[in-house]
Design a protein around this ligand. Structure first.
Ligand code: COA
Length: 162
């Protein structure tokens, strides 16, 4: 199934849609405060990507490109994507939305690192991610998983678009 993945702009409508997600938290609240205080303009770009069903946001994730000089996960160090806040609202789970977002992130052709939420580890393994060797100082209680382009299990990857 193919879903259209969109880069989300920050405005009151998007922030209202975000309230449906369990991981609504400080990041969203601070965007709302900045918008209300006119610190940020309406419709500015955000690190969020999402999929709409009609005009309803049903799945979202954040993606951020980390520079090589800050890389502590890949050898040799390289630019990579940090993926977080992947979430599909309950009625739309298990319909391919989550994997559509992850596949979209993969099309950048960069390695990806994520800290999965509890219980979603098996989903990530299915998506071709591997748990990293835990390093206490670096990982501090998180259990990151990584994916690198060209992993043998990734036969279906699309060509990078960027
Ligand atoms: N654990 C293990 N496998 C999972 C899974 C999970 N939590 N969620 C989905 N899968 C599997 C699907 O069965 C599917 O397998 P298939 O290709 O063999 O059919 C594959 O992963 C892709 O599923 P998809 O439909 O793209 O998943 P999704 O759109 O529901 O997105 C999550 C996956 C985890 C991002 C989404 O379900 C979510 O946001 N869940 C929030 C709650 C949560 O984390 N629940 C965990 C269980 S309590």
């Amino acid at each position: 199934m193919s879903y259209k993945v969109e880069k989300l702009v920050i405005n009151y409508k998007t922030l209202e849609e975000f309230k449906k997600f369990k991981e609504y938290g400080l990041q969203e609240l601070s965007m709302l405060e900045d918008l209300e205080a006119n610190i940020i303009e309406n419709d500015i770009k955000s690190p969020f990507y999402g999929i709409y069903f009609g005009d309803k946001l049903v799945a979202r994730m954040s993606l951020y490109r980390v520079e090589k000089k800050f890389d502590r996960y890949f050898q040799p160090p390289q630019d990579y994507l940090e993926l977080w806040k992947l979430e599909v609202i309950p009625e739309y789970q298990n319909k391919g939305y989550g994997s559509a977002l992850v596949n979209y992130a993969k099309t950048y052709g960069l390695p990806i690192k994520t800290n999965p939420r509890v219980k979603s580890q098996d989903f990530w393994i299915k998506m071709g991610f591997t748990p990293v060797q835990y390093d206490m100082e670096r990982d501090l209680g998180t259990n990151p998983l990584v994916w690198t382009p060209g992993s043998p299990e990734e036969q279906t990857i699309e060509e990078p678009s960027a």
